[in-house]
Design a protein around this ligand. Structure first.
Ligand code: GDP
Length: 178
């Protein structure tokens, strides 16, 4: 029917953060269902595509970009950020420096995107399965999110806990869907 002909909204989400925080694991985990790895021909970067349905029967195609081994100050970062609707800043809840360094990641993004409303920013504490080894207190996480105008999420890329939910929430946040 005609509803099916409405083109999907396309949302670009970029996953950033320190090496070993679990960015690739997160993307791979999310990719397990109907998730195709694609080759970004324009800039030679990898991204994943996933079609999801949000409340209100809104179909969206998520383009999830994994910055991979890119480090802060890397020349390609601008290319990743370009045109994104959301950025997920991922850290490892057992690795304090991966959390501390998010301030620098945040500032690097702000340099490229000075508008605080766009892209939407999401704070993602990963490795929730290692909660017993947590070194970043939840209050610290919440305060960082609040002070930087970010939404707040915890996941385990290993167990899959909250992974789908987090991408779903971030997509809904971009579109202002409750
Ligand atoms: P990236 O460098 O940020 O892309 O991180 P990777 O996805 O390569 O993960 C770094 C290491 O952390 C690997 O050894 C992963 O197996 C491990 N890892 C990633 N996510 C999790 C998680 O949720 N729980 C646990 N226990 N290990 C994880």
């Amino acid at each position: 029917d005609s509803e099916d002909e409405t083109p999907d909204k396309k949302l670009k989400i970029v996953v950033m953060g320190d090496a070993a925080s679990g960015k690739t694991s997160l993307c791979t985990r999310y990719s397990q269902e109907q998730f195709n790895k694609q080759y970004g021909q324009t800039v030679g970067l990898d991204f994943y595509l996933k079609r999801i349905t949000l409340p209100g029967n809104v179909n969206v195609t998520l383009q999830v970009w994994d910055v991979g081994g890119q480090t802060l100050g890397g020349k390609m970062l601008d290319n990743y950020i370009y045109g994104s609707q959301a950025i997920m800043l991922v850290y490892d809840i057992t690795n304090y420096s991966s959390f501390e360094n998010l301030e620098d990641w945040f500032q690097a993004i702000r340099k490229v995107c000075p508008d605080p409303r766009s892209p939407h920013m999401a704070l993602v504490g990963n490795k929730l399965d290692l909660e017993h080894m947590r070194t970043v207190k939840q209050e610290k996480h919440q305060r960082f999110a609040q002070e930087h105008g970010m939404s707040s999420h915890f996941v385990s890329a290993k167990s899959g806990d909250s992974v789908n939910l987090t991408f779903q929430k971030v997509a809904a946040e971009i579109l202002g869907i409750k």
